[in-house]
Design a protein around this ligand. Structure first.
Ligand code: C2E
Ligand code: CA
Ligand code: CA
Ligand code: CA
Length: 277
């Protein structure tokens, strides 16, 4: 053949080889991890800026690997997405979040929980029905759950994804666009998304007060969202001045290391009981 695929050469590259073995191991171990629940949810508070109260948390998954220690989601979520394991993973996360909802209720803590949904989930026609049915079975009110979805979730099969998002929203779940501002969707596409909330990506927030362009972007996003009737969550708040800046501009919700890092259940509860909010 005259044309040789570049990928054919890479088989002989020892560096790639080592990575693919590593990856292969993680793929198989991830199955076990989901089955044997080596996964754990960490919770990061979201401050309601009008009420000055923690009313929401985002659930963020970690993999407590028996020999490798805690593996961050950026390492294994992409593997789960490529190996058809996102369905099992998201179902595990949703069920754990529902159990956590009841544990907090039992302690008199009224908390809404946000769960991250992958583009892979919206390719499965059954996903929205599973979510709605499971919430009912587990006696968790739909109003207690927010689903965070990135803009790219609608790219591959917009019709199916939009149908599922509409059903979820009609059934009372709150939908949020995650990492807002980093995707490629146009305002025309955004207009069609049946969502309640935009979550401004942390890359615009982390250095907000040092960067005038970020201030202009965040200010315009707040105006755009509010004019469209959407609420705004800012993530990546790392200092008090940024929190005040956003409060003055009527951002609805704030999340970031300044308030708290994501914490496992017990530490989160300790943090909450000592927090001024
Ligand atoms: P994300 O959904 O954008 O989550 C926010 C990430 O930003 C979290 O990283 C959080 O720890 C981090 N973060 C929060 N506040 C700050 C801050 O003030 N400064 C900085 N520098 N970072 C902050 P984490 O937990 O490592 O999660 C990374 C990504 O993994 C998430 O990004 C999400 O895309 C994905 N992920 C996590 N859990 C799940 C899950 O259960 N399902 C799915 N599908 N994806 C998940
Ligand atoms: Ca998120
Ligand atoms: Ca985000
Ligand atoms: Ca992100």
């Amino acid at each position: 053949h005259a044309k040789i695929n570049k990928r054919d050469y890479q088989i002989y590259d020892t560096h790639i080889d080592k990575n693919s073995i590593e990856r292969f191991q993680l793929i198989n171990e991830l199955k076990v991890a989901i089955e044997q629940s080596q996964l754990v949810l960490y919770y990061q508070p979201k401050l309601n800026l009008a009420l000055q109260k923690i009313t929401h948390v985002e659930a963020l998954v970690r993999w407590v690997h028996p020999s490798r220690g805690i593996i961050p989601p950026d390492t294994f979520i992409p593997i789960a997405e490529k190996t058809m394991q996102m369905d099992a993973l998201t179902r595990w996360v949703m069920k754990e979040a529902m159990a956590q909802y009841h544990r907090w209720q039992a302690q008199g803590i009224d908390m809404c929980i946000a769960v991250n949904i992958s583009a892979e989930n919206l390719k499965d026609e059954q996903f929205c029905y599973w979510v709605i049915d499971t919430l009912a079975q587990q006696h968790v009110p739909v109003s207690a759950i927010t689903l965070e979805i990135t803009e790219d979730a609608v790219v591959s099969d917009p019709e199916l994804a939009l149908k599922q998002l509409s059903l979820l929203r009609e059934n009372g779940l709150t939908l949020s666009i995650d990492d807002y501002g980093t995707g490629y969707s146009s305002l025309a596409q955004l207009k069609q998304l049946p969502v309640d909330e935009l979550k401004i990506d942390k890359s615009f927030v982390q250095k907000l007060l040092q960067n005038e362009a970020d201030q202009i972007i965040v200010q315009s996003t707040l105006q755009l969202a509010h004019n469209l009737g959407l609420k705004v969550v800012a993530e990546g708040i790392e200092d008090k001045a940024t929190l005040l800046w956003l409060t003055e501009r009527h951002c609805e919700m704030a999340q970031g290391f300044y308030l708290s890092r994501p914490l496992p259940e017990q530490q989160f509860n300790d943090w909450l009981s000592q927090s001024i909010y």
